[in-house]
Design a protein around this ligand. Structure first.
Ligand code: TRP
Length: 350
């Protein structure tokens, strides 16, 4: 059984423990602000966070801005992406009174945890990480020190607040393994400080983008939550389909058709195969019309709420300021404890 299957198999029992005693859990998760959030994020992760928050799990969400530069030079428009993501979080129901939303770059003590953490892993372990290898290949660049070590940075993201529950996608499971290793090794070497966090994966079907590949910010195949209904219609209209009027779900041979079916299915709470049957011989024009209607009605409420929130930039900034403040308080406390355990707590200069 691979680690994804194994993690998935543990989910029912974990869900039971969470429901029985949500106060025992502190959830930390997040994403890189590399582009606008899309439908895949909405159904795959954002609604799950809202659900856990509403169950009473303490929730923290990181916008990992320093992780943006693992595979690109410049964090283009990173501020816009941060603000746009926060608008989506709030519109989807994350409540800033219960959920801490913050950025890497605003929390110095979190970043400082990277130093002792790097001493707890070997170079060979870092080189073995399959996700780092895949991202290296996709970047077409030389391996930077930051790309090699970002899973350790991610361990700091999780452990600075003593997070013990980490909802992630499949490709982030190796990073949670490293985080668990770091927590255990730190505790063995210096005394008990950190929980050993548990990964959480969702059962949500992976949503295909409009080109049939996984929906992704970086492939240009996504339906962003921030698009208008007209922009959504235009993106769907541009999708490359084929001339076979009989619609079937075949991601390999008919990627554009499959992307549309997958997208419509998510929004209609159905399956791609059932949508294909419904369209029958009506052709891709009918499929595009159905998909546009499905997406735009599914997202209408969210989009109306996010437009209202985004119109008040003062609100977004104040949510982020409060989140950064709380994250700094947690990080300062953890770093102080770490330094004490390591025998590095001296008279402070400040
Ligand atoms: N690496 C995550 C991604 O692929 C983003 C991330 C950064 C994250 N720090 C995290 C996720 C901590 C969970 C916990 O988008």
């Amino acid at each position: 059984m691979d680690s994804f299957a194994a993690t998935r198999a543990r989910m029912p029992e974990l869900q039971r423990r969470i429901a029985a005693d949500p106060g025992r859990f502190r959830m930390l998760t997040g994403e890189r602000p590399t582009g606008p959030l899309h439908l895949g994020h909405y159904v795959g992760s954002i609604t799950e966070r809202v659900h856990l928050q509403n169950l009473g799990v303490e929730t923290l969400v990181i916008l990992a801005d320093y992780q943006v530069i693992t595979d690109r030079d410049i964090a283009a428009r990173v501020g816009d992406h941060v603000r746009s993501a926060i608008a989506d979080y709030l519109a989807a129901g994350l409540d800033p009174d219960r959920t801490t939303i913050f950025t890497h770059s605003a929390v110095p003590a979190l970043n400082q945890l990277l130093v002792p953490f790097l001493s707890l892993v070997t170079e060979a372990e870092l080189h073995r990480n399959p996700t780092v290898k895949a991202e290296l290949a996709a970047s077409g660049r030389a391996l930077s020190g930051l790309l090699l070590t970002y899973p350790v940075h991610q361990a700091a993201d999780i452990l600075f607040c003593k997070g013990n529950l980490v909802p992630v996608g499949k490709d982030n499971l190796p990073h949670i393994e490293i985080t668990r290793t770091i927590a255990r090794r730190f505790n063995e070497r210096y005394g008990e400080v950190f929980p050993v966090p548990e990964a959480m994966v969702t059962d949500a079907a992976e949503i295909l983008g409009l080109d049939g590949r996984k929906m992704s910010k970086s492939y240009g195949n996504a339906i962003a939550l921030s698009m208008s209904a007209d922009e959504t219609a235009a993106a769907i209209r541009r999708t490359r389909t084929d001339s076979d009027r009989h619609i079937t779900y075949d991601p390999v041979e008919r990627p554009g058709v499959a992307g549309l079916l997958s997208t419509a299915a998510i929004c209609l709470d159905s399956t791609p195969q059932r949508i294909a049957e419904r369209i029958g011989d009506a052709g891709s024009g009918a499929l595009k019309a159905l998909t546009t209607e499905a997406v735009n009605s599914f997202l209408a409420g969210h989009r109306a709420r996010r437009a209202q929130l985004a119109a008040d930039p003062g609100l977004i900034d104040s949510v982020l300021r409060a989140g950064n403040k709380r994250a700094n308080d947690l990080a300062d406390a953890t770093l102080a404890e770490v330094r004490t355990q390591m025998g590095m707590s001296y008279a402070e200069a400040r």
